[in-house]
Design a protein around this ligand. Structure first.
Ligand code: HGY
Ligand code: MN
Ligand code: MN
Length: 416
């Protein structure tokens, strides 16, 4: 099948306008976004996205996890569709582009296909996956994980947020429980365009990241139980300080990652301290360890070291300890054939590019289990993400979406 002509390009200004329009929904306090999953802002963003997709002639399907699918018909209705998409939910202090570029970039591909009068053999489906971030309801990539069979729908719908709200009830509340069975859809291929969320592409001066692999991840939620006591009158040798245990384990997580460099990262991002009063020694803490590596052996070794050390600290300080695995996926290898297609598209379009391993987790990491999958990345300024100051250039957005257009058209097969 001949590749699409290099002159086929998306409409960059239209894409940028849509990104800025979506960014108005669920605004943050510092120029970014707080459009967390299953909130009213998420609902508003979903409706705006739906209106745009329907205006582009696509028809909507929604599954029982609220995953949204918009279909542009192909000439062969028997042919499995080519999917592309990402997520519209954001971190509480998120940027305007994490996830959103992949969803609205996919929409722009269809809008451009309409402008160009392009027909394809395979149908095309634009997707918004529910709760990719895992910020409000852990784990991350929750709904794509149910779709790929990694989690049961029952497990997912029982997840709770910090206020005790339940996922299934919140999905019901915003009215996005669809009638499709999760995971019933079969895919010819799945593409996800995403900002890198790291510094490599910008530092190397590359416009496009051809994502060959994704690093693996563990989220370990540790609960330490000590004893509430007065911070002033309690002698140091009588304290059972859960907060001290958390501090020691947090420091050790950093050291463990450093001891496994390169290709290893680790941090503690979410912390809950009880009773969280200035003059009470914390009797209980719950915190999540996030460790990652593209190398299976390193990921396994770091997990074992974190658990071993956490138990040693608890024993040393006389603390009770519980460790729950609240998120995990092994390192991912994306489909080599689609990787080649993405690389060839960047080459044909004249964009500088390099192979890259994704540092962040993405819905594509789960969908890769059930369909041929690949990612396309564009740089972000200073590699910053999960921060309201997240920034990309319109040129980077357009380049990534041009490559998505070409790779999807080649895979979906243009029909004259
Ligand atoms: O955690 C991640 O890597 C993704 O941003 N959910
Ligand atoms: Mn993302
Ligand atoms: Mn994210």
């Amino acid at each position: 099948m001949p590749a699409p002509g290099a002159n086929l390009r998306i409409n960059g200004p239209r894409l940028w306008d849509s990104l800025m329009e979506m960014a108005k929904i669920g605004p943050g306090v510092a120029g970014g976004n707080n459009r967390q999953t299953l909130t009213d802002a998420d609902n508003e963003g979903r409706h705006l996205f739906k209106s745009w997709c329907e205006a582009a002639g696509m028809t909507m399907g929604v599954d029982s996890m609220g995953n949204m699918f918009f279909t542009r018909p192909g000439t062969d209705p028997e042919a499995l569709p080519v999917y592309m998409g990402s997520h519209l939910d954001t971190q509480p202090t998120g940027g305007k582009f994490d996830g959103v570029l992949g969803v609205l970039g996919a929409l722009e591909v269809v809008r451009s296909m309409n402008d160009l009068g392009v027909k394809t053999k395979h149908p095309i489906v634009v997707t918004n996956w529910t709760n990719e971030e895992g910020a409000r309801f852990a784990p991350a990539m929750l709904a794509s994980g149910v779709f790929a069979g990694l989690h049961t729908e029952e497990y997912a719908k029982a997840r709770t947020d910090l206020d005790g709200k339940i996922f299934g009830e919140e999905l019901e509340r915003i009215g996005w429980v669809g009638d499709e069975k999760v995971g019933a859809r079969k895919m010819h291929a799945m593409f996800e365009l995403h900002i890198e969320q790291g510094p490599i592409l910008e530092a190397e001066g590359k416009d496009i990241g051809v994502v060959t692999h994704g690093q693996g991840l563990w989220w370990l939620e540790i609960t330490l139980t000590g004893k509430d006591a007065h911070t002033g009158s309690t002698p140091m040798n009588m304290r059972v300080n859960a907060g001290l245990g958390m501090a020691r384990i947090t420091e050790r997580v950093h050291q463990i990652a450093m001891s496994h460099l390169p290709n290893a990262v680790g941090a503690v991002g979410q912390v809950k301290v009880f009773p969280n009063s200035r003059n009470v020694i914390p009797g209980k803490v719950i915190f999540t360890v996030d460790i990652r590596s593209p190398e299976q052996a390193k990921l396994d070794a770091m997990k074992a070291e974190v658990i071993r050390h956490a138990h040693a600290v608890a024993a040393e300080l006389g603390l009770g300890i519980g460790i729950e695995e609240v998120g995990h996926f092994d390192p991912v290898t994306f489909n080599p054939g689609l990787v080649k297609t993405v690389r060839a598209a960047a080459e044909r379009l004249g964009y500088s590019h390099m192979d890259i391993v994704s540092g962040a987790g993405h819905d594509a990491c789960w969908i890769n289990r059930v369909a041929p999958t690949v990612m396309v990345m564009c740089p972000c300024v200073d590699g910053l993400s999960h921060n309201e100051a997240e920034e990309i250039s319109p040129e980077w957005a357009a380049a990534g979406t041009d490559v998505l257009l070409h790779a999807v058209l080649e895979t979906a097969v243009i029909v004259d």
